[in-house]
Write a protein that binds this ligand. Structure first.
Ligand code: ADP
Ligand code: ZN
Ligand code: ZN
Length: 816
């Protein structure tokens, strides 16, 4: 007998074995998908992991339903990578599969309805809603539940199906189908019957009585002569200013002919490629050093100050990799924020660049996946966010991790909780490729690795064109408030600088790390502050909608008129977010245009683009935003950056808060003065003598690194120690406490003092689930693999305790 072990997209510890026929065995290969039964009646897509002849011992192997692929959809390198992710990040292969494959590849069972052609049904026999469905089935061979909901414009459609079934008007079918359909574009051409001059003349003569139609034919003629390319129906209607009905008439008459070509929806339609820039001497030196470093080190860190021209160096390295016939992966923290970079790379590399975008549709993502699978010329350079490490590369030569310090490279939920930068290094090793990490403010991890000579290191410390680093001034808020020099949240210094900058026709960025109007709303009389009913956190006031919102679960309520506790109408708000700053700026500078960029203003596929473009084109003078502003944007005309309040970043309860604040402030400062004029940065704070602020103001990465590392040594934190965070979640407070105590105690028996907690996080309840954390610290000499084995053993015994079975346990390795 023949068997296959299959990965199912479910969090199952083990693979499942199915039996296959001789014929299937000779066809199937590792990496193909099969539809398999699972549980009582479910059908899932499984991925073949191994083909063998050993019968499973403990259960009877079921047969597969069908084979879904002709060719494997994942390759051997991917499988090796999946296995590393699964073992390193302590999750199942099924978890990895779910994250790695576009959801369109994970077929699912769904009910499909089709017309019963064996039975004659008269319209009168049907009720109105039944008739609508039945009629739709005359035009379409099958309908899904969702289609029915659309047709009937209601959710509850099962009764209709039931009635139609009873009348034997329809069939039901449990069927697996491909969700992804390549995009078909409609084209038109003159029907071949009229290809001769004479025939064409005759048609045009005939159309003299239908001038509009004649116009369409003439236009088609012209377009074809001009471009020699297939003409889309839409192009034709636009160029001839005719309706699509007229085109349809011509098709019906047999004068025009409609045809389809399957097209990519993610192609680039730009001009000819531009030559890459000539590097200056600093860039050239850096490039040379990187190449030398790659001889000895497969990973190299490029520490280049903001606007030093790192991207142009990447471009040179990409060119070299392409020349060797290799693929390149360019990882970015948040692809949506990097339209500028996409355009830049497309100008150099044209169609060879494919973008893998979280805001792209399923269809677009599948297309990129397929292009890579075919090693198509279109997919030689992949520009993408963290999940693009899962694409089917076959021949990677180089991975660039831009802004490598960014937190968003780490996935928090759901599993696999991987860090894309660290995983990229492993991926590159699988392909024997090189990894370049780039940042103006490297993570302590990478800088530490470079210091330990684990990674190569190259520095680039002059800005391109010798533009000076911006001048950074700290503004003491305590003093300003005392001396009544504040207007709202703006110090006199900030207002002065803003006025000056605007007068010179330059732009301003204002940074505040919180969205909404104010994070706390409080009754003046009794001090009550409205809390989220689902989470242990106060609600943020959003003035625009006059709403209170929870930033953890999305709960919304109307703003209170009176205090919910004492009824007093005097309600005050504390703290401030971007919305409040925007309102204040508009009052201070009523003649200037202000825009805001945060999570609330950038929803939708082109949300960011709109704001960035209008700022770039200088339709906006002042841009207020959250940390979204810090990511790699290159604005030529910004001369002033204001950081509204540095303190809430610095006081954030996390051992990385200081490192992060340093990175964030330097990154946002880096947006100022990218041309000849020296940029200015004002940082408002209650703590101007804070070490981090001093280091920011002198751009002193080395001191920051040294001091932070000292703390990490003393308090045993990464990168000196590794961390595994274990989070327990349950809706019952007592149960989560009991479970966490049990868990921590078991860990302590093995790891002693290297176990911290259990402890509630600052927001202990989210979506009605209590969270409690335990941290295991792992000294560098201790085996990580053994540590994980122990944790898994403890986790298994934990799950065997009946009372704890409903408690969710989340293992997070290298929790960032
Ligand atoms: P970084 O990524 O280090 O912040 P960029 O690569 O964005 O810096 O470069 C900053 C600016 O300088 C960009 O506008 C870029 O086009 C320009 N630039 C960088 N290198 C060159 C070069 N060699 N020739 C011309 N312009 C350059
Ligand atoms: Zn009150
Ligand atoms: Zn909430």
């Amino acid at each position: 007998m023949n068997y296959i072990d299959v990965i199912l997209p479910l969090p199952l510890q083990k693979l499942f074995t199915y039996s296959i026929t001789e014929a299937e065995a000779s066809f199937l290969r590792v990496g193909m998908r099969v539809a398999v039964p699972f549980g009582k009646s479910k059908i899932y897509t499984g991925l073949v992991h191994r083909i063998h002849t050993s019968k499973p011992l403990v259960y009877e192997a079921k047969d597969i339903h069908q084979i879904l692929d002709e060719e494997p959809i994942i390759n051997a390198q991917q499988l090796a990578f999946w296995e590393w992710i699964s073992s390193y990040y302590m999750c199942t292969l099924g978890d990895v599969m779910r994250a790695a494959l576009p959801s369109a590849f994970l077929l699912e069972s769904e009910t499909i309805i089709s017309k019963n052609n064996q039975k004659e049904i008269l319209d009168e026999e049907l009720l109105d809603d039944e008739f609508l469905v039945y009629e739709a089935l005359q035009h379409q061979s099958s309908l899904k539940i969702q289609d029915l909901m659309n047709i009937l414009d209601r959710k509850n459609v099962l009764p209709v199906i039931k009635r139609l079934l009873e009348k034997e008007a329809i069939h039901l079918q449990e069927e697996i189908y491909e969700k992804y359909k390549p995009k078909w574009v409609r084209y038109v051409r003159l029907h071949p019957n009229f290809s001769s001059e004479a025939a064409l003349q005759a048609v045009l003569e005939e159309l003299n009585r239908a001038p509009k139609q004649k116009q369409v034919v003439m236009t088609l003629f012209m377009l074809t002569a001009k471009t020699k390319k297939p003409i889309k129906v839409t192009e034709l209607t636009e160029a001839s200013e005719a309706s699509s009905a007229i085109v349809k008439t011509l098709i019906d008459k047999g004068i025009l002919e409609e045809y389809h070509i399957q097209t990519d929806r993610v192609t680039y339609s730009g001009e000819e490629n531009e030559a890459s820039k000539k590097l200056n001497e600093y860039q050239n030196t850096a490039l040379k050093e990187i190449k030398e470093s790659f001889v000895k080190h497969s990973v190299t860190l490029l520490h280049g100050v903001t606007s030093s021209g790192k991207t142009e160096i990447y471009v040179k390295l990409i060119e070299e990799a392409l020349a060797k016939g290799k693929q390149v992966l360019y990882l970015l923290p948040e692809i949506a924020l990097t339209t500028q970079l996409v355009t830049r790379l497309q100008n150099y590399f044209g169609e060879q660049v494919s973008v893998f975008h979280s805001k792209y549709s399923i269809h677009e993502r599948v297309e990129v996946y397929h292009n890579l699978l075919d090693n198509s010329a279109k997919a030689q350079i992949i520009l993408g966010a963290r999940s693009s490490i899962f694409l089917p590369f076959s021949n990677l030569g180089l991975i660039i991790v831009d802004e490598e310090h960014e937190q968003s490279f780490k996935q928090f939920d759901p599993a696999p909780r991987y860090h894309a930068r660290d995983s990229a290094v492993v991926l590159a090793n699988i392909h024997k490729a090189k990894t370049l990490l780039g940042s103006a403010t490297p993570s302590l991890e990478s800088y530490f690795n470079a210091k330990q000579n684990k990674y190569g290191f190259v520095a680039l410390s002059t800005r391109f064109n010798d533009v000076l680093m911006p001048e950074i001034e700290l503004v003491d808020l305590k003093d300003k408030y005392k001396r009544k020099k504040m207007k709202g949240h703006f110090s006199d210094r900030l207002i002065e600088e803003m006025t000056e900058t605007l007068k010179e026709g330059q732009q301003i960025i204002l940074f505040q790390n919180r969205r909404g109007f104010s994070p706390i709303v409080e009754c003046v009389t009794c001090g009550n502050a409205p809390q989220c009913p689902n989470c242990d956190v106060s609600l943020t006031y959003h003035q625009y909608r006059n709403q209170l919102r929870c930033h953890y679960c999305g709960y919304q309520a109307a703003m209170l008129q009176t205090c919910g506790a004492c009824g007093s109408p005097e309600i005050d708000s504390k703290g401030f977010g971007t919305e409040q700053i925007e309102i204040e700026v508009k009052q201070l500078f009523p003649d200037h245009k202000v825009a805001r960029m945060d999570l609330d203003t950038t929803r939708g596929k082109y949300g960011y683009e709109k704001i960035i473009t209008s700022f770039e084109q200088q339709e906006v003078d002042i841009l207020v935003g959250t940390q979204m502003l810090t990511k790699g944007l290159d604005f030529r005309n910004v001369n002033l950056v204001g950081i509204m309040n540095a303190d809430n970043m610095l006081n954030f309860p996390d051992f990385r808060a200081h490192e992060r604040s340093f990175q964030l402030m330097l990154q946002v400062s880096g947006r100022a003065g990218r041309t000849e004029k020296r940029g200015r940065v004002l940082i408002q704070t209650y703590n101007p003598y804070h070490k981090i602020l001093q280091q920011v103001s002198t751009n002193d990465y080395a001191s920051m690194f040294k001091e932070q590392m000292d703390e990490r040594y003393v308090f045993k934190y990464p990168p000196v120690y590794r961390l595994i965070k274990i989070t327990l979640k349950h809706k019952d407070y007592n149960r989560v406490n009991m479970a966490a105590d049990w868990y921590a105690q078991s860990l302590r028996q093995v790891f002693g003092d290297f176990v911290l907690g259990p402890e509630f996080p600052p927001v202990a309840r989210i979506r009605n689930q209590y969270h409690k954390n335990i941290i295991v610290k792992i000294p560098s000499k201790q085996s990580l693999a053994k540590t994980k084995e122990t944790i898994i053993r403890i986790d298994n015994s934990f799950n065997a305790v009946k009372d704890f079975r409903s408690v969710r346990v989340i293992l997070n390795v290298d929790n960032y």
